[in-house]
Write a protein that binds this ligand. Structure first.
Ligand SMILES: *[C@@H]1O[C@H](CO)[C@@H](O)[C@H](O)[C@H]1NC(C)=O
Ligand SMILES: *[C@@H]1O[C@H](CO)[C@@H](O)[C@H](O)[C@H]1NC(C)=O
Ligand SMILES: *[C@@H]1O[C@H](CO)[C@@H](O)[C@H](O)[C@H]1NC(C)=O
Ligand SMILES: *[C@@H]1O[C@H](CO)[C@@H](O)[C@H](O)[C@H]1NC(C)=O
Ligand SMILES: *[C@@H]1O[C@H](CO)[C@@H](O)[C@H](O)[C@H]1NC(C)=O
Length: 813
């Protein structure tokens, strides 16, 4: 039977070969057939192609597989370490059923080297991009004697396994190209670490560079990309644990979508998705993403918080190790934190929850325990430092840590990854913490865990402590003073017209001189907020607590009769619009200065969005609301007004649209939907204005009717983005920085809020040279006329072109 089939195939092959000078199926090579340099093998549905290629500026020839639709993306290289130098290479199917790559002088350069003996060996390039060798007689699709998917290069294609054969110990992992010209394996590898719960790691040798945090039943729990692995419509990722195998694998939901993971020579992993429209790869995520991703960035027993300064903070119950002792484990330059007081497991130690973090490395796991048993077990053993649930999808399983807690990072607000961990803390910490929340609870906790004696003792200490703390904090929270109306009237010369220095959406601004000689800026709020006096006062107190070098400082407030006023420090250099849009004055702003201003505004806005205790959405970010101090440092002003004027704005939608055309995001201008992402849009506009020295609204160009956003987008698409730059600032050495700014600006002004980055990413992208950034798509509101689709005529009437004035309008829906 076997012989018979063999005969038919053989004859068939001969027959077609002679007629068409090609094999029957273009995707296979059978016995005695070959692929010469210059010829290619194409998979059945034309997804992949195999052949010889020369990378970059190299002179070497390699055998590889690439996408048929993008031949510059080589997904696999056979002879990575062993190139040929001639163009006469040849891939042949040898008698023993191996693929052999021969050079011109018939030397073996590379071979599949499998020890099976096949009756009728066939090598086939599958539509998955997998090159397989199988027996044509035994057609069982799973019985490949060899497959290229077992020997990945730098790309993980859908269906490829990243991980282990547990029986043989065979591991499949990615290694990057050494350079764009050289596919030989670089120093990094992306692998599945199974020493503990499985986690993805990028390593150099045995050293971990980045780790994903353990698989928690749903995702790798501790990376910014975790979220995108679970919540995306592009692919589904799995961790497969069979008897003999443990691996990571993914599949696109729809095969028309092309996606893969690539490990770049820099040791950075990218998830790419092919954009059929632009015929380019776009980056879905990058890993490591920020400094907190770097392995043990902060040393032992620290928490890395990307939005805070400094980013490292000792965990509760730990203090920095003595000043002169640096972490000697070679983990990083940052300091190790050590226990405040040694654990003795007697005096009412307990556990404190640290929410939404990447779990530390080196865990000990037990799948059968539930969380209660886990806590009890950890509590019993004095050297157990922390515990957590191991499988969040089933809600049980136990992880414990003994010894130092390494590589913890916080999940920034607004991201959905991260897991809770319960840290062992000494009684003092526990009580201290609980006391802040509910004094009642500690009574229960402490008394059950310890005797009455200890309880009384502890409570006494705590009482003392909080008493002291209370005093301290009262001193710290110096409230914003209320200033008398008469003082202000005198300072502003009775609000005389000559003293008026600006007019914002919420009222005019006056310059004033206090009798002490101090200069102030007084914002006289139009009294249509419908807000009570008490409410206004409490708002002012909140705003007074916002302290950031890129926010203008509130000196005081005034509420008397119908007047409501905010008193700010006076900024002598006026506002940003005064400089950037003026031919002469813009000369003062070198590119370096502009870049500092952009970063400063981004930091201030990040503080408003995430870092202060309140989340504040500015809603009217624009050049005239950026004040400049003596050194031209930017200070965001008007940031409290959005809150003060809240009315029914607590929800993410408002009927009162306050903002400035040209800066408003599409969803806000048309529907009144606002969020931090609408501020990000305004920031993007502002950024492009600073780079270009042109106003978005009222931008004109001889060739088109686009606004600044559209103009920048068109130039970007044509590879001429540098032309966006203000011609008057001519430092050409900063080109890459300028380009990055423009790219970030375009990302910020994307049509849909979900496509815009958070301010934390913006700050990070701006500050980090050499990051691969996502490609922007078409911005929202990019034509001159399209500035407010669907707006009511009344809101148009209120629009003031000349001054780009803030508007406050009632949407008539
Ligand atoms: C082929 O495999 C044999 C045995 O597995 C091994 O000894 C030999 O080094 C391999 N040759 C190549 C070129 O990989
Ligand atoms: C896959 O995507 C293509 C093109 O977008 C679409 O025509 C097709 O219906 C999709 N298939 C499935 C199974 O969703
Ligand atoms: C490609 O273009 C089509 C039509 O313009 C659009 O619907 C689709 O969303 C675009 N796809 C991507 C990935 O941008
Ligand atoms: C292939 O992809 C690269 C990277 O996205 C892109 O720069 C290049 O233009 C593409 N080539 C073709 C032929 O589409
Ligand atoms: C605590 O746990 C460690 C690590 O598992 C173990 O070596 C030690 O024996 C345990 N101690 C007790 C008292 O159970």
């Amino acid at each position: 039977m076997g012989c018979f089939l063999f005969l038919i195939t053989f004859v068939g092959t001969l027959f077609f070969s002679s007629i068409m000078n090609l094999s029957v199926a273009v995707d296979t090579i059978s016995l005695a057939q070959s692929i010469k340099d210059g010829e290619t093998l194409v998979s059945a549905s034309q997804s992949f192609e195999l052949g010889f290629f020369t990378p970059g500026n190299s002179n070497n020839r390699y055998l590889g597989i690439w996408y048929k639709f993008n031949s510059s993306t080589v997904v696999w290289v056979a002879n990575r370490k062993n190139p040929t130098t001639d163009k006469q290479g040849m891939l042949v199917m040898s008698d023993d059923g191996n693929l052999v790559l021969l050079s011109e002088d018939k030397k073996v350069i590379w071979s599949t080297n499998s020890s099976w003996v096949l009756e009728n060996p066939v090598a086939q390039l599958l539509d998955s991009g997998n090159l397989v060798i199988k027996d044509n007689i035994n057609m069982n699709p799973d019985s490949y004697v060899w497959q290229s998917f077992d020997y990945p290069s730098d790309i993980l294609l859908p269906g490829m396994k990243l991980g282990w054969n547990l029986r043989t110990g065979f591991e499949r992992y990615l290694t990057p190209w050494r350079s764009a010209d050289d596919p030989s394996p670089g120093d990094f590898s992306l692998r599945l670490d199974i020493d503990e719960l499985p986690q993805l790691v990028i390593t150099t040798g045995s050293r971990k560079e980045v780790r994903s945090g353990p698989w928690n039943g749903r995702q790798f729990g501790g990376t910014p990309f975790s979220d995108k692995v679970v919540h995306n419509f592009i692919f589904k990722a799995m961790l497969v644990h069979k008897q003999d195998e443990l691996y990571y694998i993914y599949e696109p939901f729809n095969n028309t979508v092309k996606t893969h993971i690539v490990l770049h020579q820099s040791g950075t992993m990218h998830r790419l998705v092919w954009n059929w429209n632009t015929t380019e790869w776009s980056i879905l995520y990058t890993w490591p993403f920020d400094p907190c991703d770097n392995y043990a960035q902060c040393g032992a027993n620290n928490n890395c918080r990307i939005n805070k300064m400094p980013i490292c903070e000792c965990l509760k119950g730990f203090i920095p190790k003595a000043e002169d002792e640096w972490d000697t484990q070679g983990l990083s330059q940052s300091r190790k934190c050590i226990e405040k007081s040694p654990y003795d497991c007697l005096s009412g130690e307990g556990f404190l929850k640290l929410p939404a973090i990447k779990l530390p490395d080196f865990s000990w796991s037990n799948n059968r325990m539930n969380i209660k048993e886990c806590e009890a077990e950890c509590f019993k053993n004095c050297s157990c430092r922390a515990y957590a649930i191991s499988d969040v999808s089933r809600g049980n399983g136990c992880l414990m840590w003994f010894g130092d807690l390494i590589d913890i990072r916080e999940c920034p607000p607004g991201f959905g990854w991260g897991q809770d961990i319960f840290l062992r803390v000494p009684a003092s910490e526990l009580v201290h913490y609980l006391n802040k929340k509910k004094r009642i609870q500690i009574i229960a906790v402490v008394s059950t865990f310890t005797g009455i004696f200890i309880f009384v003792l502890v409570l006494c200490t705590v009482w003392k402590k909080t008493k002291n703390r209370g005093l301290e904090s009262r001193e710290e929270e110096e409230e914003v003073p209320f200033i008398d109306l008469s003082t202000i009237t005198a300072a502003t010369n009775n609000f005389c017209q000559a003293n008026m220095i600006g007019q914002g959406g919420f009222g005019p601004v006056y310059k004033g001189n206090l009798s002490t000689g101090q200069e102030i800026a007084v914002k006289r709020l139009s009294n249509n907020s419908g807000q009570g006096v008490e409410e206004f006062k409490s708002e002012v107190v909140l705003i007074g607590k916002l302290q950031h070098r890129n926010l203008v400082g509130l000196l005081g407030s005034c509420i008397q009769r119908d007047e409501r006023m905010l008193i700010y420090e006076y900024m002598p250099n006026k506002s940003l619009d005064y400089f950037i849009f003026d031919d002469e004055r813009s000369k003062f702003l070198s590119w370096r200065k502009r870049f500092d201003i952009i970063i400063g505004i981004a930091r201030g806005l990040l503080y408003l969005h995430q870092d202060s205790k309140l989340q504040i959405i500015h809603r009217d970010l624009k050049a005239s609301n950026i004040l400049l101090d003596n050194d031209l440092n930017p200070k965001i002003s008007d940031f409290g007004l959005a809150r003060i004027f809240k009315g029914d704005d607590k929800e993410a939608n408002t009927k009162r649209i306050a903002g400035t055309y040209g800066y408003m995001s599409p969803e806000y201008a048309t529907n009144g939907n606002f969020s931090v992402k609408s501020d990000v849009f305004s920031f993007g506009v502002l950024l492009l204005e600073i780079v270009s020295g042109k106003k978005n609204r009222g931008f004109c160009h001889a060739d088109h009717h686009l606004n600044l956003l559209g103009h920048a987008w068109v130039l970007w698409n044509n590879g001429m983005a540098l032309e966006v730059k203000d011609v008057r600032s001519e430092d050409s050495s900063f080109e890459s920085q300028v380009l990055r700014c423009i790219q970030v600006g375009l990302l910020c002004v994307q049509m849909f809020p979900e496509d815009r980055p958070e301010m934390s990413s913006v700050v990070f992208m701006l500050a980090n040279e050499g990051l691969l950034l996502p490609q922007p798509k078409q911005p929202g509101f990019f034509t001159q006329r399209g500035f407010i689709p669907g707006s009511t005529s009344s809101s148009k009437e209120k629009y003031d072109t000349e001054n780009a004035m803030s508007i406050t309008t009632q949407d008539g829906r």
